[in-house]
Design a protein around this ligand. Structure first.
Ligand code: LER
Ligand code: MN
Length: 263
């Protein structure tokens, strides 16, 4: 298991300083935000060439919405995700984190064509993911579907909902990522949910129960980490959480705590 951290959580005034801090703190990878990824590629490449840490993943940052009622917005999301998949492959990152839609449903009820809006949303997403999955396979990066808690999206809340879509899509380019903060709200058992989803799992987001650094809340990481270890999970887990000050000291504490659990 490899440890990563989102770029904005690192101390340092420049990207190079942030990557140096990641290395100093013992991280293996850095997750970059997807906003303006094309424009930032030269800077990211240059900064990465000065350290041993790698680009783990690209986190969203695309415009549009895969489940919008507007064709233009859906197309914008598909095209922007493709740009980020290409960038991920160029950086040697695992893939691009994709949330199908934030908030509530945007599509109309089309009964009796579809029994419910949810079925229409799923059919639409499967069609879009077939195209994105093919593109992802061709460039060599994953579309990483991320379920979020019910207060952020109505659509994908639990890992099993995402794996059923991934299996319906049937593309090697579409995989699952799981975020401990969301799982803590939505899963009956985080360990069991991970166990069932392991086959599709290619990335994780780490945060404690309060979305602070792991070790700063009351989530019990021991059993979920045991499941990941026993299941041979060898990919990244990236910190996505609040980092209280003093930043560097608390990051170091959390890394120590996590390394103790990973073994
Ligand atoms: C949002 O809560 C989240 O977890 C992010 O990873 C979404 O891109
Ligand atoms: Mn997340």
């Amino acid at each position: 298991m490899k440890l990563a951290i989102q770029e904005n959580l690192l101390p340092g005034a420049t990207l190079q300083e942030k990557l140096a801090a990641a290395e100093r703190l013992g991280f293996d990878g850095v997750e970059f935000w997807g906003h303006d990824i094309e424009g930032r590629l030269p800077e990211i490449r240059a900064a990465l060439s000065t350290v041993r840490v790698k680009a783990s993943t690209i986190c969203s940052g695309y415009r549009g919405d895969l489940l919008s009622a507007s064709r233009e917005e859906r197309l914008r999301a598909v095209e922007d995700i493709k740009v980020r998949l290409k960038a991920a492959a160029e950086l040697g990152a695992v893939g691009v984190i994709v949330v199908p839609t934030f908030g509530g449903p945007k599509l109309p009820d089309l009964w009796p064509l579809y029994p419910s809006v949810r079925e229409l949303e799923q059919a639409l997403l499967v069609a879009e993911l077939r195209e994105l999955g093919k593109f992802a396979e061709d460039v060599g990066a994953y579309v990483l579907l991320e379920p979020l808690n019910r207060y952020e999206t109505h659509f994908l809340n639990r890992l099993e909902q995402a794996t059923s879509i991934i299996e319906e899509v049937g593309s090697k380019g579409v995989a699952l990522m799981a975020d401990f903060f969301h799982m803590n709200i939505e899963e009956a058992s985080i360990a069991e949910a991970l166990r069932r989803a392991l086959k599709h799992l290619r990335h994780l987001h780490l945060a404690d129960s309060n979305r602070w650094l792991p070790g700063f809340g009351h989530t019990d990481f021991r059993e979920p980490f045991r499941v990941l270890k026993e299941g041979g999970y060898a990919h990244y887990m990236a910190l996505e959480c609040h980092v209280p000050e003093p930043r560097e000291e608390n990051l170091a504490r959390s890394v120590k705590y996590l390394r103790g659990l990973i073994g």
